[in-house]
Structures are given as structure tokens and as C-alpha cells.
Design a protein around this ligand. Structure first.
Ligand code: GLA
Length: 431
């Protein structure tokens, strides 16, 4: 089915009287594990996403239509429901996030995130209890789960956009991204940065979104003509990702505190973010008292930020694929050796990509997303996508595993197209 056919089928199933929104999944070209350290990242939207409809109803109800078969028969998941009252302790007092987390995790996780979107609108006082009778959500997503392509962000952003439109609340793309990030923090307990939700809400089709995670400034950039990202899924679902993720973030925060203390001792101003420090400034603080682990994590973040700068400068000027590709390989080395978020399968894919090389149509590769499984991103010649996919798949099969491919939505890619959610224009009234 084309995206338009998917959308029409979804609208027919949703019925009348509400709003629907679409948000894409995201892949990341470079800038890994630095969004929560105030770094600049370079994600793209992918050719898959999530439709979400929100229709006024009694109580909170959610249905997942993602299992619908293309022959028109539906493999419906049962409805998941929750009374609005369950979000409140007594009177109009909203439950604390930890209590609501327990309550929602009893539901299917996708439904918990949708109800979580309503919770966050209440928590932020964008919605009063008296205004909320309830809402029926329907979703249909083809973003692979556990692949590091941000299926949750697509769900949260489309859910928030549809719900807020249905309630008459106007939110900008940035606000949607911020609230979707809050859903992750409050309701999943995942201390993620802002890259995934921003890419889902602000990413443009066929463009790289250069996003400064300190200021939330964005700039759209084009890849070299004839080159595209290809996302290759190791087939290994991300495991241990949440606890290891939180540990990585905490090490960077501890590191920054120590580095700042050392700067202040030298009479220098403290830095608002780890990624605001240059590699030279970092090198000038050898006695900051970082543990070996903190030193590796901080070094990765600071070096990765400088790789992103070079990547963006190259995209703005010469656009040489071999320069962009070598930055991807360097990023992978750092994520593997300093940040320690790779796994043998991701390393194998990156080595296969290196073996194919630029003469075979691959400029560079690295793990992308949180790591520990999920997808690698390859920068490939768009016209050779089939040839490259076949080679990667054959060589990867020799490791005893199978991989799958997801196209990035960039010039010449095989993506079926996305409609990134940028605000009101992208939210259409149901027929
Ligand atoms: C996950 C998080 C993001 C980001 C990446 C790593 O996708 O949700 O905020 O930190 O990992 O770059």
C-alpha cells in the first residue's frame, strides 16, 4: 500500500468526529548520545511512521490497527480502556508520575503512551479535568519496534498532536516535541534527550535536520545528490537499553560537574553543557578527577560534537561523501570503544560496510540510536541500494543472523514518503 492508501484506510477505520495526525520514525546520521548533553544532532525522518486518530468519547480507549492485513481483513487488537478518574487521586488532584507509570504499565505499552499523552496535557495545565470526558485513540504504525528507529516518539508525537487538536489546544512542533519527551520521562522513566521527538515533530521529508539540543534551533540540510542513508537492522532487539542508557547519561552529568569545578578553580566560567566544551578545553583539564569511565564517556560526547560540526560544515559546502562517511566510521569507533554501546552484530555490519567501501557504493557506517542492538546507518549511493542491500545481507548471513532494511527519507531513497508533523497544517480534520 502507498502511504496515501494507508492513510485512506486508516481514516475509513477511524470514522468521524475527531482529528488524525501522522508522525514519522527517525534515523540518526550523526550526533549519537549527545542530545542530553546539549549537543547538536543530525537525524532524518524514515519512510515509516505512525497514524493516530483521536475522537471524543467517554473514558480513555485505545485500539491498535497496525495488524490490519493488506487484503482488507483486520486482525484487531482488543480495545484497551481506562476511566479518566483513574488518573486522579481524589478530587482534581492528578496522580504523581510514578503512580501513573505503574497504572499505565499495566496496559499495553503503546496504549499507556497514548493515555500518557493525555496525562501530560493535564500535568502541564494545558487541559483541565472538567474539559476532558474522554477520548478514543486509534493508531496504525509501521515503524519497527525495538529497532532504534523511534517507534515510541512517532506514537507520542502523533498521539499528542491528534489529542490536542481534538481538544482544541494549539501546539507548535517544538511544544509537541517537548511534551512527547515529557511522556517518556514521566511515564516510561526513560531519561532520553530531545532528538527523537524533535525529529518526529520537526523533521522534513528528504532533509537532514540539524538540531541544536541546547537552544532547540534547527536547520534543514541536504545530503550530497545521489546519496542516501540506509538503515540496517541487526535483528537484535535493544536489550538492557534503559538501565545502560540512564548510566551513560549519569556519567556525563557527573563528568560535567567535575569539569566545571576544575574550571572554576582555574577562574574560568562553568559550562552549561558538556558539549559546549571543545576538545582543547577538555584536554586542558587533566586534573578534574574524572573516573576512567567518566573520562571515556565525556571524551566521546565532546569529540562527537566536533564530528557533527565537521559533518554539517561538509554538508553546507563541499558535500564529499568520503568525508561524511569517514566521520560516520569515526563516530562508530567512539561509540564502540569509549561510550560502549555497541554489540558484536552492529560491529559486524559496520565492518561489512567498510569492506564494501566507497567503490562499492558505501561511504560510511555506524551504529545509530541508543545502541545495544537495533540498526546501523549506512551512507550509500542511492542508485545502488539493491546491490548494497544484497551484499550486506549475504555477508551478514555468514554470521548466522539475518538483517532487514529500512530506507531513510532522503533524495533518491526508496522511502514511500512521509508527512512530517510540523504543526496544525499537518493535522487534518477527519472526513
Ligand atoms: C535514544 C534516545 C535519544 C538519544 C539516542 C542516542 O534514541 O531516545 O534521546 O539519546 O538514544 O543518541
Amino acid at each position: 500500500m502507498t502511504l496515501e492508501e494507508e492513510r485512506d484506510a486508516f481514516i475509513r477505520a477511524a470514522g468521524k468526529g475527531g482529528f488524525y495526525a501522522f508522525a514519522p520514525g527517525r534515523g540518526n546520521l550523526i550526533g549519537e548520545h549527545i542530545d542530553y548533553s546539549g549537543g547538536t544532532v543530525a537525524p532524518v525522518t524514515i519512510g515509516a511512521g505512525c497514524f493516530c486518530a483521536a475522537i471524543p468519547a467517554d473514558g480513555l480507549i485505545a485500539r491498535n490497527l497496525s495488524g490490519e492485513r493488506h487484503d482488507g481483513q483486520q486482525l484487531l487488537s482488543p480495545d484497551v480502556s481506562l476511566p479518566v478518574d483513574a488518573l486522579f487521586s481524589h478530587g482534581d488532584t492528578l496522580l504523581a508520575p510514578e503512580r501513573v507509570r505503574g497504572l499505565l504499565s499495566a496496559n499495553e505499552s503503546w496504549a499507556g503512551l497514548l493515555f500518557g499523552a493525555v496525562y501530560v496535557l493535564l500535568e502541564e495545565r494545558l487541559l483541565a479535568r472538567a474539559q476532558l470526558k474522554g477520548m478514543r485513540f486509534l493508531i496504525r504504525s509501521d515503524v519497527p519496534i525495538g529497532a532504534g528507529l523511534s517507534s515510541s516518539a512517532a506514537l507520542e508525537v502523533s498521539g499528542l498532536a491528534a489529542a490536542s487538536a481534538c481538544l482544541g489546544i494549539t501546539l507548535s512542533g517544538k511544544e509537541l516535541a517537548r511534551l512527547a519527551q515529557r511522556v517518556e520521562h514521566a511515564l516510561r522513566g526513560v531519561p532520553c534527550g530531545r532528538m527523537d521527538q524533535s525529529a518526529a515533530a520537526l523533521g522534513k521529508e528528504r532533509e537532514v535536520l540539524a538540531l541544536d539540543c541546547s537552544t532547540w534551533e534547527t536547520r534543514s540540510l541536504a545530503l550530497p545528490k545521489g546519496w542516501s542513508p540506509l538503515f540496517v537492522h541487526t535483528g537484535i532487539p535493544r536489550s538492557l537499553a534503559t538501565s545502560a542508557y540512564a548510566e551513560r547519561r549519569a556519567a556525563c552529568e557527573r563528568g560535567l560537574r567535575k569539569l566545571n569545578a576544575a574550571r572554576e578553580k582555574k577562574g574560568e566560567r562553568s559550562s552549561a553543557a558538556l558539549c559546549a566544551l571543545s576538545p582543547e578545553e577538555f584536554a586542558s583539564l587533566p586534573d578534574a578527577g574524572l573516573s576512567a569511565e567518566e573520562e571515556r564517556r565525556c571524551r566521546h560526547a565532546i569529540d562527537e560534537q566536533s564530528r557533527v560540526r565537521r559533518f554539517i560544515a561538509e554538508l553546507r559546502r563541499k558535500k564529499r561523501p568520503e568525508v561524511l562517511g569517514s566521520l560516520l566510521f569515526a563516530s562508530h569507533r567512539s561509540l564502540r570503544d569509549l561510550y560502549e554501546v555497541s554489540c558484536p552484530e552492529l560491529d559486524a555490519l559496520v565492518e561489512i560496510a567498510r569492506g564494501i567501501g566507497i567503490s562499492g557504493g558505501v561511504a560510511g557506517a555506524r551504529l545509530q540510536g541508543a545502541g545495544f542492538g537495533g540498526c546501523a546507518v549506512l551512507l550509500i549511493e542511492s542508485s545502488r541500494v539493491e546491490e548494497v542491500s544484497q551484499r550486506v545481507s549475504e555477508e551478514y548471513r555468514r554470521t548466522g543472523k539475518r538483517c532487514s532494511f529500512h530506507a531513510g527519507s532522503s533524495p533518491g531513497s526508496v522511502a514511500f514518503g512521509t508527512h512530517p508533523l510540523g504543526g496544525e497544517d499537518d493535522v487534518a480534520r477527519l472526513k
